[in-house]
Design a binder for this molecule. Sequence first.
Ligand SMILES: [Zn+2]
Length: 173
Amino acid sequence: MKNVFEGFNSVQIGIVIVVTLLFGISSFKNGIETIIVGLVCGFGLSYWLIARYNKRKNMSADEIAKAKEEKIKNKTEIKKAKLLAKEEVEKHKANIATYKQQQKTARVNPLVCPKCGSSEITPLGKDKKSFSWGKAAGGTLLSGSVGALAGYTGKDTGKTVFVCMNCGKQFKK
Ligand SMILES: [Zn+2]
């Protein structure tokens, strides 16, 4: 008995015994078997409360401060971890959104730069032969020297000239 009540003064031991008995007696009316449950509950509750009280009383101010600090530290750590996890989730979401956008762009504009692979392609216009000798000759026949200029309007090749907004490469397609 002395070992169990280590650190308890006689008043505290008395409280535990009284509470245990009160719990036991009050459960007695519900049947003889419940008396054990009542005794155990009464003892457990009063013993735990008083032991906790004694432990706190015996702690030095330093220990109390340390325990508080530890609690705050743990809380901060948990908060940090939560924030980090949230950030990771946001990053992951952003990655998925970017990927989806890229897929969408690729579907709408299947053109990619032959140099860097970027899909940011802008059409410049219809591809034309820079100088058409045929048209130049025809133009000259029709209207003299002005006809040579007509050659520059070029002949449509059916292709389009694109420029890569990323690296500046021009290509026909
Ligand atoms: Zn490019």
